[in-house]
Ligand binder design. Structure first.
Ligand code: SF4
Length: 339
């Protein structure tokens, strides 16, 4: 793997790229429509232009995951505070939302939130529908546990552009600490099978990003992780741990982020998350699960995007006031700068 290293705007994550940075590769694959999307994204990210509709929408179709990772709110939630496993967005609801977004200027979609997206069997159908409606970027984050050959084939055919697998370890013992409920050997085989299949199918996309969230539990394995996957994954993301630890979890080192010259959090200026219960949130950060700016049952996504709740949140973030509409942003370190 080429040793080019790209960092995010706050130097919290660094990406190692097999060929070039992700934007360069996707621009070559997807052409002018992708370049225009990224131009609009950059204008929104730097507060130059608020788009008429979110450029990116995440759909959290369920509140469910077979894993219980200690860094995730899902591992805390046996009480229904963060979600209701009995509720979900139907495939038809998501298709309708994608159609609404495509008609109003949405350019990208993801399957983020508090869930394992590969639990939804219709994900490839939704990604293909979005591609056919003109959306240019479609991504998902997964543990990789459910990335069977059948699913991998369907995703490669669907127009998905980025497949991001959180691995975080290079041995079964460490993996079991970081990703309880999964199985290291199965996930490694799934990743390798995905890469082989994509090659056999003559496809370049989806790009595969493997991530390693560095903590006191796994940092001794970082070099072995890089050696195993360099030249095989398209990108490797080494991330700093920036969340508060789950009570009872090891006191992992945190990366202090400071307010920079770039301004406040830009998430509510470019994206939305539709949660499994129809609540709409301004980001897919864990802290954002406590921020609802509207409900699908009451308003369309366009109305929510242009509505007073989101306007008040944007105003609070810009003025650095974390006591009112942006109170839930308090523990979120993303509040210190656009990303
Ligand atoms: S500061 Fe954090 S919780 Fe608040 S909107 Fe931004 S990413 Fe979401």
């Amino acid at each position: 793997m080429q040793t080019s290293i790209y960092t995010d705007s706050r130097q919290v994550s660094r990406f190692l790229a097999a060929q070039a940075d992700p934007d360069t590769v996707l621009s070559a694959e997807l052409g002018p429509a992708y370049n225009e999307y990224r131009r609009l994204w950059e204008r929104a990210r730097t507060f130059k232009e608020l788009p008429p509709f979110p450029l990116h929408v995440d759909y959290e179709m369920k509140f469910a995951c077979p894993l219980r990772c200690p860094m995730c709110l899902m591992s805390l939630d046996d009480t229904g505070v963060y979600g209701d496993p009995g509720l979900e967005l139907s495939t038809q609801t998501v298709l309708d939302l994608v159609a609404e977004g495509a008609a109003r200027g949405q350019r990208a979609l993801g399957f983020g939130g508090l869930w394992e997206p590969l639990l939804a069997p219709d994900l490839p159908e939704i990604a293909a529908f979005a591609r056919d409606r003109g959306l240019v970027d479609a991504m998902l984050n997964t543990s990789g546990l459910l990335l069977t050959e059948k699913t991998a084939r369907a995703l490669i055919n669907s127009g998905l552009t980025r497949l991001m697998v959180s691995l975080d370890a290079d041995s079964p013992a460490t993996y079991d600490l970081m990703r309880p409920g999964s199985d290291f050997a199965t996930v490694v085989v799934n990743i390798e099978n995905f890469l082989d299949l994509r090659k056999k199918m003559g496809q370049r996309l989806p790009l595969l990003r493997l991530s390693f969230c560095r903590t006191a539990l796994n940092e001794a394995e970082l070099e072995a992780f890089l050696a195993r996957w360099s030249g095989r994954a398209d990108f490797i993301s080494v991330q700093a741990y920036g969340r508060y630890p789950t009570p009872g979890a090891p006191d992992w080192p945190r990366t202090p982020w400071a307010a920079g010259p770039e301004g406040p959090c830009a998430q509510p200026f470019k994206r939305l998350l539709v949660r499994h219960d129809g609540r709409v949130c301004p980001c897919c950060d864990a802290s954002g699960a406590g921020l609802s700016v509207g409900r699908l049952a009451d308003q369309s996504l366009a109305e929510i995007w242009q509505g007073p709740a989101l306007a008040a949140l944007r105003q609070s973030l810009c003025s650095g006031d974390f006591t009112g509409p942006a109170a839930a942003c308090g523990p979120c370190q993303a509040k210190y700068g656009p990303c």
